[in-house]
Structure formats: structure tokens, C-alpha cells
Ligand binder design. Structure first.
Ligand SMILES: [Zn+2]
Length: 311
């Protein structure tokens, strides 16, 4: 997904959150994958019930890096958040809703598998993840969604929450349109907190990366503290409304729609594509409808990240 507007994001002085500095040892770039086929065969298979799930996954690594590493522009915010009054700072008061212990836990991994990949790995080798000690709030822009959207989102979120142990809270509808420059702090719209995750049905005109066969995009943005703590704070899942409508109109269309959202939520919490067609995080058309062994192994690790009250 698109990185959030780096120039709008806060970079307060330590020890408050700021953009992650350029890393000397950047994460290994995603393995090259064959280009996504836009063939009529794929379209036919799609209507036979194959999950026509095509993400711009190849773009994820680079874009996420661009966000994580920020730019020189992002390093200049002088105001320490939490010290300036509301309305005069660029990120929320730290520690909101952060509990002393994780709110949930991923289930035991029954079938461990190495068939998963993280979008970003920290210097200590653990994956970049959301804090499990605070809920992930989300809003939905369903203006052009299919009528059944709410049940589909609820089912997908339930599965992602179960697999990670992360707690998700639906905050209701939003009229926000996804943007490549989306700010992670929008107090006028969402109050004094990190902006919630935005799940939206969009058009390729609104989200150019949905052009072509790409049904959805998902990903998150992160902060870093001077003590080395890093975590995702918000993100987006953008679904191609016209293509998604075609999906749910097919036999078993609801199942496929749920799987598409689950795949994007996998990206949201930190999973990258894998080249294994048995996994839901496979980046091309697939029959898979549920998180499989590799997905579940990775999601469990993403639900076991560290907590912090400092952001
Ligand atoms: Zn994907």
C-alpha cells in the first residue's frame, strides 16, 4: 500500500515517537516474483470460484521501506507530543488504551510451517507488528460497498483477530477516502488518538494501485522510539469496489470476499506474500479461503509483539 504522507507525520525529539531513522541494515527485499498474469484464463478461473486475489504485493516492500525510513523532511518536527496542548501537536498523547499485558493471545500453532514472510523485520530479527496491549480500532467507508459488506468484514476481522490474538474494535462508518498521503493522526476527524485503520471500498480512480486485476491493498504504517521500540500504529485496507462486487455475485462469492479481506488484513498486521499457493498470503489467484499453516504460524508471531506506553 501507499506510504502515508511522510511530510505530515510527526518526528518529535526523543524519547517520543518519531519516524524510524534510516537503517544501516535494511530488511531483505522481497524475493522477486513472477509478474501477475492478467490473462483471460485467470478471469475464467476466477468465475469458476478461484480466489481472484491479486495484490500489488510486489510493491509492498519498497513502499513500506520508504515509509519506515522516512525522509529528511520527516525529521524536522520540533514539538514533543504530549507536552504541547491538544490542537498544537502532531501526534496523540502516548499510551492511550495501552494495557499492562496483551489483550489476547494467538492460539497455539498446531501445524508449524515456515511458509510465511513478514513485510518488515526489526534489527532483533522479530517482525514489525502492532502492540498486542492495545486494541486496533477500525472504521469502514462502505459508500460503494456491496450490501453484504458488514458481515464479510466481521467474519474476516474475526479470523484475523483469532489468528493473532490482537483485539479489533469497530468504530463505525467513515467518509474518509484512502489517500497515499493519509496522516496517521487526524484529530479533526477521529479525535486525539492515532487514526483508526481505514477499511474502504474504492475505485481505481481513487486508489490508482487498484487498477487492473488488483482486488485489494493492505498495509500499515509504523512509529519508532529512541529506545528502539517500533510498532505499527494504523493502516488501510482498500478494496476495488467494482471487482469486489463481481466477486460476491459469484457462487460462493461471500466466501471469496471474506478471503480477500482476510488476505488484506494479513498484510495489515504484517504478513508479506509467499510463493506457496497453499497459503492465503499467496499473491496470485488461488483456491485458498482460510489462513493455512504458514499464514497461521506468521500471524501468531505478529500477535506476540512487544508492548509500549510510549507512543
Ligand atoms: Zn496481497
Amino acid at each position: 500500500m501507499e506510504p502515508y504522507g511522510s511530510s505530515k507525520w510527526p518526528d518529535p525529539d526523543p524519547p517520543r515517537p518519531h519516524f524510524l531513522p534510516p537503517a544501516a541494515d535494511p530488511p531483505e527485499p522481497p524475493a522477486p516474483r513472477p509478474p501477475i498474469k492478467h490473462s483471460s484464463i485467470a478471469a475464467i478461473l476466477f468465475f469458476l470460484g478461484i480466489l481472484g486475489l491479486v495484490c500489488a504485493g510486489a510493491f509492498f516492500g519498497g513502499e513500506l521501506q520508504q515509509f519506515l525510513y522516512g525522509s529528511s523532511e520527516t525529521q524536522s518536527q520540533p514539538v514533543r507530543p504530549g507536552l504541547a496542548p491538544f490542537g498544537q501537536r502532531d501526534d496523540p498523547l502516548p499510551g492511550q488504551e495501552e494495557a499492562d499485558a496483551p489483550l489476547g493471545a494467538p492460539p497455539p500453532v498446531v501445524h508449524p510451517s515456515s511458509s510465511y514472510k513478514f513485510l518488515a523485520v526489526k534489527e532483533d530479527g522479530t517482525p514489525l507488528a502492532y502492540s498486542p496491549c492495545r486494541p486496533i480500532h477500525y472504521v469502514v467507508n462502505s459508500d460503494i460497498a456491496p450490501a453484504s459488506w458488514q458481515a464479510l468484514v466481521e467474519r474476516a476481522v474475526q479470523q484475523a483477530s483469532w489468528a493473532t490474538g490482537l483485539k479489533f474494535i469497530y468504530d463505525g462508518p467513515s467518509s474518509e477516502i484512502p489517500s497515499p498521503n493519509r496522516s496517521g493522526y487526524q484529530p479533526e476527524r477521529y479525535g486525539d488518538r492515532w487514526a483508526p485503520v481505514l477499511i474502504s471500498w474504492s475505485t481505481p480512480e481513487q486508489v490508482p494501485r487498484l487498477t487492473g486485476q488488483t482486488v485489494g491493498l493492505g498495509g500499515s504504517s509504523s512509529i519508532g522510539l529512541s529506545n528502539g521500540y517500533k510498532a505499527y500504529v494504523t493502516g488501510t485496507v482498500s478494496l476495488d469496489a467494482p471487482q469486489f462486487a463481481d466477486i460476491v455475485d459469484t457462487p460462493n462469492g461471500d466466501e471469496i470476499g471474506v478471503a480477500v479481506i482476510m488476505h488484506e488484513l494479513g498484510h495489515l498486521v504484517g504478513l508479506d506474500h509467499v510463493d506457496d499457493p497453499r497459503q492465503l498470503m499467496f499473491g496470485q489467484a488461488s483456491w485458498v479461503r482460510q489462513y493455512a499453516a504458514g499464514d497461521l504460524t506468521g500471524l501468531a508471531k505478529l500477535g506476540a509483539g512487544p508492548c509500549s506506553k510510549d507512543f
